[in-house]
Design a protein around this ligand. Structure first.
Ligand code: GLN
Length: 453
């Protein structure tokens, strides 16, 4: 099949199904078909890259030149990016076709996609339920086969939790593995680009292109990029898997736990050895995250001032009025809540009590993992405490929503890679198994996930 045919196939699926799901904010039909045509020409000439002609979708947090990049916010509803994010450019160079930009929680703040200015995304498995967030659009699009794969980002669980809730595979690489250049910043020390696809094998095919050093991102890491596809079938015999006690406590749905325990038994059958481990500071991760992430967000989002780009209020009286009304009118409630919490935690007099303390907790959490990885190769547990929940059921209580990421947040605080793979169904809704690896152990994680699948 040609790239034009393949691209048209997915565009048609988007047309027939996305009216209901709302997984795309922008569909770039014309550009996609033009890119597909160019890819077909390149393939006809011979020696085209392996991914040439493959259509994928990008989360609307990645800047795409000439295409609206909204980040799920009214603030950027009118923002046409003048440049491409590095990872977008990387895929384009390989001839990968962009189908469009996927829906997301506003500025990636959320776990249910309910904070998007463009309305919630529906979970294809149960349309009365959320797809997870913040990368809910990417997850729903892949799960409903509106795109074979999609890019996404993960600051506290935004790739893994929606992947779990939508029954697909999602990988957040090691912090710094892929460039953040052109990825709209939420909490820069935690933000990481990654992928969602049907299987670990598909993620492996795409991960190499996203990864690598970028001089435009001072935190991108100059480590060689593995050949993820070649390493998929390394035998699992002798692989040591740690099961953290703290990930099986109160709050974990018993049916979800059952699926995860069965998955662990399956790994044992594949030749891995498992043992229980301790990550004693796990309880600090949600509170530390909800100081550090809002603090960084309050600084990062100060650039949206109504002057340089994005939304500007009508008839400003003076500069203060311009700042104040532009921001009040264009940011949603959750974004405002984070900015307020973050500015408070960073303010003189409170810095030591909150921000400095959270940073100390962060170090303890990271050291737990360093100690654990002295004895094990991978850590396995649930991705999320429950399967997909109904719209509106957690909206009124921000803390209930924040607990959605109780198993995923520590990984971001430590900068480690994490992924979610489907491991069963509860009441017809998917359950995700989380696999956490040591720094730059993406190949090992993908191999384990592939053989499990
Ligand atoms: N749900 C978490 C939050 O609201 C994580 C979001 C993310 O990873 N971008 O901050």
């Amino acid at each position: 099949v040609s790239s034009v045919e393949l691209t048209q196939f997915f565009l048609d699926r988007i047309k027939s199904h996305d009216g209901e799901l709302n997984s795309f904010i922008t569909v770039t039909e014309e550009q996609a078909l033009a890119q597909a045509k160019a890819a077909d020409a390149r393939i006809a000439q011979g020696d085209a890259p392996a991914l040439c002609g493959l259509p994928i979708a990008h989360k609307d947090i990645f800047c795409t030149q000439g295409v609206r990049t909204s980040c799920g916010s009214k603030m950027l509803d009118n923002f046409i990016s003048p440049y491409d994010a590095t990872i977008v450019a990387n895929y384009q160079q390989q001839g990968v076709v962009c189908l469009g930009k996927t829906n997301m929680d506003e500025f990636a703040m959320g776990s249910s996609n309910e904070t998007s200015y463009y309305g919630p995304v529906k979970n294809p498995w149960a349309t009365n339920c959320v797809p997870g967030g913040s990368s809910g659009g990417s997850a729903a699009a892949v799960a409903a086969r509106l795109a074979p794969a999609a890019t996404a980002t993960d600051t506290g669980g935004s790739i893994r939790q929606p992947a779990a809730l939508c029954g697909i595979t999602g990988l957040k690489p090691t912090y710094g593995r892929a460039s953040r250049y052109g990825m709209i910043a939420f909490a820069s020390s935690l933000d990481q680009a990654g992928l969602m696809a049907r299987s670990a094998e598909d993620v492996a095919l795409l991960l190499g292109t996203m990864s690598g050093y970028d001089a435009k991102d001072s935190t991108s890491v100059n480590e060689p990029v593995d050949d993820y596809t070649r390493l998929l079938n390394q035998p699992l015999a002798g692989l040591r898997i740690g099961i953290p006690d703290e990930y099986f406590g109160e709050g974990l749905n018993p049916e979800t736990e059952k699926c995860v325990r069965e998955a662990i038994a399956q790994f044992e059958k594949l030749g891995a050895t498992t043992k229980s481990i301790k990550l004693p500071h796990t309880g600090l991760s949600v509170p530390a995250y909800y100081v550090i992430a809002p603090a960084e967000c309050s600084a990062n989002l100060s650039r949206f001032d109504g002057v340089r780009y994005g939304y500007r209020c009508e008839n400003p009286q003076d500069l203060d009025d311009l700042y104040c009304r532009s921001r009040s009118e264009a940011f949603g409630d959750e974004v405002k809540r984070r900015i307020l919490v973050g500015a408070y935690a960073l303010s003189a007099g409170y810095y030591d009590a909150y921000f400095a303390k959270a940073q100390k907790a962060r170090r303890l959490i990271q050291q737990d993992f360093v100690a654990a990885f002295n004895d094990v190769d991978l850590i396995i547990g649930p991705t999320s405490p429950t399967p997909a929940f109904e719209f509106g059921s957690k909206g009124a209580d921000p803390v209930a929503m924040y607990l959605e990421d109780i198993y995923t947040i520590a990984t971001n605080l430590a900068g480690l890679p994490g992924m979610s793979v489907p491991c069963g169904l509860v009441d017809g809704k998917p359950v995700g198994l989380q696999i956490i690896g040591n720094y730059f152990a993406e190949a090992k994680m993908l191999g384990a996930a592939h053989q499990f699948q």
